[in-house]
Design a protein around this ligand. Structure first.
Ligand code: DAH
Length: 341
C-alpha cells in the first residue's frame, strides 16, 4: 500500500505539472482525489490493514492527499497567471500611436462676413431678427408701398406659389421692416439677415437665391443725418478708418427720400480701375427715410415717429471682403475653395 501511495503521488504530481489549462487540471483532480479517484480507492482498502499498521498508513495517506491538494493549488495559480499574461500580451494597446485627426470644418466666408456685420450692429444696440422665406405679397410689397403694377411684382421677376400672386418666396428682406413694426415696441433698432429669391439666371454676379441684410431704426426725431452717421461708422469698421463714402439719390417705394451708398474703391483709391469699372466708387447698399405711408400702414404715427432703413447684399460684401471674383464660388461649396478662408 505504501508503494501504491508513493506511485500515485509521483504520477499525480507529474500529471499536474504538465496540465495544459484549468480544465485539464480539474479533470486530473477528479482522477486522483475525486470520489472514484485513485487515492480514494487506496484509502478504501485501509479497512483491510491490521490495527498496528493503520495509524502509520493513515498518516501517510493524509500526507499524500495534502501534497496533491497543495500541488493543485499552486498549479492552478500558475495557470491563471499564464492565462492573464497571454491576454495582456494579446490585447496590448499602444497609446503612443498617433490617431487619425478628424477633418474639422469652419465658417463659410459669407457667414464670416455676416458675423462681422452682425457684431457691428449688435454693438450699436440693434436686435437681430429672423423671418420667413415664404412670404405674403402683403408684407413683401403692399405694406412696403409697392403697389399693384410695380415692376418688381411681375411674374417674370418673382417666384409665386399661387395664381393670385399673394404667396411668394420673398424677393427682399424688407418685409422684415413691416413684421418688426407690427410686433415690436418702439423705439425699434433691428437688422434682419436672410435668403431672398428672384428669377435671375446664374452668372458671375447673379443667382436666383442670394442673401440680404435689412436694417431699420424707428424713433422720435430720427433724421437722414442719423442714417449717414450710422452707415459711415459701419463702413469704417468694415473697411477701415477713413474709408470714404458717398450718397446718391435713388428711388425705392418704401423710403422717401431714398439713396444708394457707395464706398470709394479700395483698389484704386477713387481714380478708377477694373475693380470699380472705372468709376472710382463701388455701390454698397440702398437706404432711405422710411416712407410715412409705410409707417402709417404698420400703425405708427408718422407725425411723431420717423425712421431710416437700409438693405445690403451679403454675397457682394463677402466677395469684396475676400476678393472673390465669381459669385458661383460662394454656392458651389468646393472644399478646396472654402478652405482658403
Ligand atoms: N429692398 C431693396 C432691394 O432689394 C434694398 C433696400 C433699399 C432696402 C432701401 C431698404 C432700403 O431697407 O431702405 O433692392
Amino acid at each position: 500500500m505504501k508503494d501504491q501511495l508513493a506511485k500515485i503521488k509521483a504520477e499525480a504530481l507529474a500529471a499536474f505539472d504538465s496540465a495544459g489549462g484549468p480544465a485539464a487540471l480539474d479533470a486530473l483532480r477528479v482522477k486522483y482525489l475525486g470520489k472514484k479517484g485513485e487515492l480514494t480507492a487506496v484509502l478504501k482498502q485501509m479497512g483491510r490493514l491490521s490495527p498496528q499498521e493503520r495509524p502509520a498508513m493513515g498518516q501517510l495517506a493524509n500526507e499524500v492527499r495534502a501534497a496533491l491538494e497543495n500541488a493543485i493549488e499552486t498549479t492552478s495559480k500558475r495557470l491563471e497567471q499564464a492565462a492573464l499574461d497571454a491576454r495582456l500580451k494579446a490585447e496590448t494597446v499602444d497609446v503612443t500611436v498617433p490617431g487619425t485627426a478628424p477633418a474639422l470644418g469652419h465658417k463659410h466666408p459669407m457667414y464670416i462676413a455676416l458675423d462681422e456685420i452682425k457684431d457691428i450692429f449688435v454693438g450699436m444696440g440693434f436686435t437681430v431678427l429672423d423671418g420667413p422665406e415664404v412670404e405674403l405679397a402683403t408684407y413683401n410689397f403692399d405694406k412696403l408701398n409697392a403697389e399693384e403694377g410695380h415692376p418688381s411684382r411681375d411674374w417674370s421677376d418673382t417666384f409665386y406659389f399661387d395664381e393670385d400672386s399673394r404667396v411668394m418666396l420673398r424677393s427682399q428682406t424688407s418685409p422684415m421692416q413691416v413684421r418688426a413694426m407690427e410686433t415690436m415696441p418702439l423705439p425699434i433698432r433691428i437688422i434682419a439677415p436672410g435668403r431672398v429669391y428672384r428669377k435671375d439666371e446664374v452668372d458671375a454676379t447673379h443667382s436666383p437665391m442670394f442673401h440680404q441684410v435689412e436694417g431699420m431704426v424707428i424713433d422720435k426725431g430720427v433724421t437722414m443725418a442719423d442714417l449717414k452717421g450710422t452707415l459711415n461708422t459701419v463702413v469704417e469698421q468694415l473697411y477701415g478708418k477713413g474709408t470714404k463714402t458717398r450718397f446718391r439719390p435713388h428711388h425705392f417705394p418704401f423710403t422717401e427720400p431714398s439713396c444708394e451708398m457707395d464706398v470709394q474703391c479700395h483698389k484704386c483709391g477713387g481714380v478708377g480701375c477694373p475693380t470699380c469699372k472705372g468709376e472710382g466708387w463701388i455701390e454698397l447698399l440702398g437706404a432711405g427715410m422710411v416712407h410715412p405711408k409705410v409707417l402709417e400702414m404698420s400703425g405708427i404715427d408718422s407725425e411723431v415717429y420717423t425712421g431710416w432703413a437700409f438693405g445690403i447684399g451679403l454675397e457682394r460684401t463677402a466677395m469684396r471682403r475676400f476678393k472673390i471674383a465669381d459669385l458661383r464660388l460662394i454656392f458651389e461649396n468646393d472644399v478646396r475653395f472654402l478652405e482658403q478662408f
